[in-house]
Every structure is written in C-alpha cells, then in structure tokens.
Design a protein around this ligand. Structure first.
Ligand SMILES: [Zn+2]
Length: 507
C-alpha cells in the first residue's frame, strides 16, 4: 500500500495589511519532499503522527512538501504556486497511490477563494477523481465548510489549545485512511458517516485555552461524548473569526457508525452544551497598563508573564505592535524583558552601533495603523547581537528550528527589548530569550506576543500569567474589527444570535 503524505496551509488573518506572496508564505522555503520524513519522524506535528501510524501498519509513504503558517490573505499568484507544487506530486504519483493523508489548516483564504481547503481538495480531486480515499487533519481554529467534508473521506481536528495534540490527529487520520483502503481491498468494512453543525458563535482567543476554564470543561465534554456515543472521533472547532469569511464560526463534527444516528446525536449534544454556555465565552480583557499593575501586584516569587494577545504573529499579525511595550517603557518597572518585537531597521542600527553601543530611532508600529505608533527610542544600550536561531522547547513545536533573523537585545532603564528582523513569530518557550543571550531567571516581568501556545511551556514555570488585549488584528474585542464577510448575527456581536440546530449528515 502506498500513501501520499504532505502538509500545506495557512491560517489567514484578513485584516493584515499586505497580501501574502510566496516569499512571506514560506520565508525559509517549503520543507522539501526529500527532507519531509526526516524532519517530521518522531515529531509532535501532524506528519509525525501520520508517519508513526504508517510504520505500525507497514504502509509505504511518498512524501510531498510541508509548510503550515499564518499570515495575510494569499495572493492569487501565491495560491497558484503552492497548488502547482502540490499537484505536481499528485500527478506524478497518482497512478501508484492508494490514498492521500494531508495536513491542512482549515482557516485559509486567498484573493481568489474564501475556502482555501476546499479549493486545494477540489484541485487534487480534478487529478485523482472523486473516489480516491483522502483524509485530512485540521487545526482547532478551522472554519469548517460542507465542501471540505464532501471532498474528503474524513476530517480530523485537534482538541487542545495550546496545540499539543497535532501528532494524535495525524495518527488517527492515517490509521483511518489505511482502514478505508483495506476495506476497499476486501478487508473489514469501514462504514462511517460524518455529522456536522455550525454555531453562530465566535470564540475569543483569550478564553480559548483548553488548559483553563471554561474550555477545559468543553474539551472534556466533547471527549466524554465521543465515548458515550461510540464514535471514531468528535471535534469542537473554535473557528478563526479573523479570516472574515461567512463560515468563520465555531462548529462541531463527529464521525460515527453509518445509519446508527450516533454521530448526529453527539453533534446535537455537544452543540447544545456549547451554545448554552456561550456567556462563559465572553472575553475579559485588560489594557496594557492594567495588566502591568496586576503583574506588579503578584506576590509569588519568580517571573510574571504578560502576553499581548492582540498582536500574536501566530494569528497572522505583524508582531511589531507597540501598545504593551510602550506602557512598559513608560512604567519602567522591572527588571523586565519584552521578547520580541519585529523591526529590521532598528536591528540594522544596533548592528551598526555594536554591542556596548547605543541606538536611537523609532521602534515598531511600522506595518499598519492597528497596533500603535512607533516608539521614539533614545540611547538604548545594545546588550547583545545574535543570529536569532533557536530550537523550540515547547511541546507545541518541539524540536522545530526557528530563525528570527539578525536579532538585537536592547535596554532602556529597567526594560530590555528583543528586536528581530525576519518574519515575526509568537513566543513559545525560552528559546528566543536564549538566542538573545537572556536568562529568564534574571527578570521579574516577561512580556511576549502570543495568545495561548506559550502556556504549554510557561504555565508551569511562571508565577502568574496575565493577558493584555490592546487594539490589534487578533484582539478578542470583536466589535472593534472591520468585518466584511462574517455574518452579523453571531454571538457575541449580536445578542439576538440564534442557533438553528441544523445538523448535516455526510456519507
Ligand atoms: Zn490554531
């Protein structure tokens, strides 16, 4: 048995300033087919689980390419380019393969399509026909559409945020694909159906963490329903409202035995439970100043983490927002470190000045008007310069080599700032601090740009975690964003939003 395996997709933030070309989609290039297995084998990403399942079942894999990212709407050219790359593998191997196992994101959008995943699957189906078994893994923030379900034999979502269970979804998607293929070759029958419903509900990232109330309870409820109804899988997708498409809402999907109504019952049960709890999902945001005050009031030893959720590059934001950093510099409380802010111009100035030198200029706030004005910096001390490369220590991206480009650590008063120069990234772990020559234990306040993924590393280590949510294109204050395509009658934008209860069944 031969299976094509690959990972390609993007979480699109429609409010990002410039549309995303190939250079920004894959600044370090795609993980190429020749490296795909080696890079992912034993890893915690989706392909890691797929590879393990295939090895257990003695299935041969033909690797394609890998890249999952976040950013602005893909340009038409970028979409064409990545689709051509993917299709070149499907065309080359189409006659010898028995199925395809693909890691997509689920919240992708391009200039020419509002449903990147259905587009990708349609293009693949044009080569393979409608019958070839294809299973797909999806992010918790996927915006699920009926087309995505129709175009595959199974969608498998992750359940955790931070996303620590990607390999588990990959494992189940591959195992299921192999069952489907064997069933068609005369093995035990695979006879499942998918039940699906959309809720008129937006989940703010601020309350999205499944490590905390209330989403921890929701995750457990979904898992209990999977057992109670005897399902193959059940997922509650939070959706990604910032994609700004009509389907950018929460949804429930379950896969269970065909003709037994179990998947449908589970979807109704979970959707009813979630909808009844919608008031628990209202975000409780703090301004940067309030967050700093609260952090300084913490009495426990150790460091306090303040996360700026509204400028989380993992959600496609620019990563050069200045609201939280400005407030920290004004307050001059510390010792503090802000890691990181994207500003290649400031890094160049720091390189010119050299370690021990001083830099002046404007820092951050240069990409758009959503994330605060540039901060005037005068005579910041250059503490450290580095190449900004580190290996991720978080289970969310364990072992991944991440490059921030040429990186400078500057100091003004009691506040240090790590400034980076290529594609902003959210902070997952201590890696970017180490890459900038900083020891976490030397600080009282640690400020980062992330919504929840950082908790997989920091929750056990920090004295407290406090979230700031100033304006930004990933704010949880949805009513501040200029939505164009998202339906108006969704909770919490509309208190009149009503759930239809419609559940669709797909065979
Ligand atoms: Zn996600």
């Amino acid at each position: 048995m031969k299976v094509l395996i690959g990972m390609l997709g993007q979480e699109t933030n429609a409010f990002a300033a410039e549309h995303c070309d190939f250079q920004h989609f894959a600044p370090n290039g795609l993980v190429e087919a020749k490296d795909f297995i080696e890079v992912n084998k034993g890893g915690n990403d989706y392909p890691g689980g797929m590879i393990r399942a295939a090895a257990e079942e003695g299935v041969d894999l033909i690797p394609m390419v890998g890249n999952l990212t976040a950013g602005a709407i893909l340009t038409a050219e970028c979409l064409e380019q990545i689709t051509d790359i993917l299709l070149s593998f499907v065309e080359k191997h189409g006659k010898e393969i028995d199925g395809i196992c693909l890691a997509l994101h689920g919240a992708g959008r391009a200039e020419t399509t509002q449903d990147l995943e259905a587009y990708t699957l349609t293009k693949i189906r044009e080569v393979t026909g409608s019958d070839l078994p294809i299973t797909v893994t999806l992010d918790l923030h996927a915006n699920i559409t009926p087309d995505m379900i129709r175009l595959s034999q199974g969608l498998f979502g992750i359940k955790e945020y931070p996303h620590v269970d990607k390999a588990a979804a990959g494992f189940l998607a591959m195992k299921t694909l192999i069952r489907i293929i064997r069933s068609r070759q005369g093995g035990p029958a695979y006879d499942m159906e998918t039940a699906f419903t959309q809720l008129p509900l937006l989940i703010p990232p601020l309350i999205g963490s499944t490590f905390e109330w209330p989403m921890e309870e929701v995750r457990d409820y979904v898992l209990a329903c999977k057992e109670k109804y005897g399902l193959l899988d059940a997922s509650f997708f939070h959706g990604f409202p910032y994609t700004d498409v009509k389907d950018a809402v929460a949804s429930v999907l379950a896969i269970g035995p065909r003709g037994k109504d179990q998947a449908e019952k589970a979807v109704r049960d979970i959707a009813g439970y979630v909808w009844a709890r919608r008031r628990d999902f209202l975000s409780r945001a703090l301004s940067p100043r309030e967050a700093i005050d609260r952090a300084l009031a913490v009495k426990t030893d150790g460091y306090v983490v303040i996360n700026e959720s509204s400028d989380n590059p993992g959600g496609g934001t620019p990563g050069d927002g200045t609201y939280l950093l400005q407030a920290m510099l004004e307050r001059n409380a510390g010792p503090a470190i802000f890691c990181s802010i994207y500003d290649p111009e400031m890094v160049s100035l720091a390189v010119e000045a050299g370690v021990g030198g001083k830099v002046s200029g404007f820092l951050g706030g240069k990409t758009d008007k959503f994330h605060g004005r540039p901060i005037p910096i005068k005579d910041a001390f250059v503490c450290c310069l580095s190449e900004g490369v580190y290996i991720c220590n978080s289970p969310v991206q364990a072992g991944m080599v991440i490059s921030m480009g040429k990186t400078a650590r500057l100091r003004l008063g009691q506040v240090e700032m790590v400034v980076t120069s290529i594609m902003a990234r959210q902070t997952y772990c201590d890696g970017p601090f180490i890459a900038a020559g900083a020891d976490l234990n030397h600080y009282r306040l640690i400020a980062i740009k992330s919504s929840n993924h950082f908790k997989a590393f920091f929750k056990k280590r920090a004295a407290a975690i406090i979230t700031a949510d100033p304006p930004g294109i990933q704010t949880s204050q949805f009513d501040t964003l200029p939505f164009e395509h998202l339906p108006c009658n969704v909770w919490p934008l509309s208190s009149q939003a009503a759930y239809s209860g419609e559940v669709q069944i797909f065979f």
